[in-house]
Design a protein. Structure first.
Ligand code: FES
Length: 308
């Protein structure tokens, strides 16, 4: 796993009452290049331990003098967004993972249809910069709640004109997706019900699956504490209520490959045996779940044995 990037918070601003934007500049050297749709994991040193939350990069991929992210305050999560909203100030130093992309643009598309719900606008900010530079054919459909989740609306209105379509509630997806040019791709990012609706509508209209792309919001959720038995290293660990299984392994010095930390990328797959597993991922099939679990999101009780 590559070493974390050291960055300084060089600017922050509130985009809405609930969304704060951060600009990061490198403490030394250069930031790695990234492609539209990439995310970074931000290391958040909470009193209960370090969280690593994934956030999409919103800045222009052609300009890697800085990175930018926008974070929606989630009052009822494990505290990562609260820490970023309430504790982090300009001048602070943070660690980031190198960018990774699980939601790439398809350069061959004849038309890019972007559908964002609320804070799901974030990956599309980098998309839009790249699409404008390529003079590509695209349109943005943006569903938001005014004053809460309408980040970047004014900027987008000025920048995109008639390419921007805004909605106070879920739009008529049939209208957006029917009779589009051959070679169109649709991308959606936002709450799961919106993603499901886009996929169902595209499927009903006969869109090939390889032209329908989505990125879900996903993150570890708290649960009951439980015990871990690591079979190969003969170690026993405890997973705290606010900690993910992956975080407990990392705190014990074990490196498990990971990208999304939200149960969608498949990187962190570990073989399990024993215990009752509460699978919370969206990657494994039911047959695979009998053998593997995704420690970034899944939990278990009373004691889970892992092939580690
Ligand atoms: S890190 Fe992506 S599924 Fe666990």
């Amino acid at each position: 796993m590559s070493r974390p990037l050291q960055v300084q918070v060089s600017a922050t601003r509130m985009l809405t009452q609930a969304v704060r934007e951060f600009t990061f500049t490198p403490c030394s050297g250069h930031l790695p290049a990234f492609s539209p749709g990439s995310h970074v994991q931000v290391h958040l040193p909470l009193a209960t331990g370090t969280l690593r939350n994934a956030y999409s990069l919103t800045s222009d991929p052609a300009d890697n003098r800085h990175y930018r992210i926008a974070v929606r305050l989630q009052e009822h999560s494990r505290g990562g967004s609260r820490f970023l909203h309430r504790e982090v100030q300009v001048g602070d130093t943070l660690q980031l993972s190198a960018p990774a992309n699980l939601f790439a643009l398809h350069s061959t598309a004849s038309l890019h249809i972007l559908i964002a719900g609320g804070i799901g606008i974030t990956p599309f900010m980098a998309y839009i910069a790249a699409l404008e530079q390529r003079q590509a054919n695209f349109e943005l459909h943006y569903v938001y709640r005014q004053g809460q989740s309408d980040a970047y609306v004014d900027e987008l209105q000025q920048r995109l004109g008639t390419r921007l379509h805004t909605y106070p509630q879920r739009p008529d997806l049939n209208r957006i997706l029917r009779e589009r040019p051959l070679g169109s791709h649709v991308y959606s990012c936002g709450p799961q019900p919106l993603l499901d609706a886009v996929r169902q509508q595209a499927n009903a209209l006969g869109w090939p699956a390889q032209r329908v792309h989505w990125e879900a919001f996903s993150a570890a959720q708290p649960g009951q504490p439980f015990d871990l038995n690591l079979l190969r290293s003969a170690r026993q660990l405890r997973v705290g209520a606010e900690q993910s299984l992956l975080e407990a392994l990392e705190a014990a010095g074990l490196n498990v490959p990971n990208l999304c930390r939200g149960g969608v990328c498949g990187q962190c797959k570990v073989r399990h045996s024993g215990g009752v597993i509460e699978h919370r991922d969206s990657f494994l099939s039911p047959a695979e779940q009998a053998e593997f679990l995704m420690p970034c999101v899944s939990r278990g009780h009373p004691c889970v044995s892992l092939d580690l």
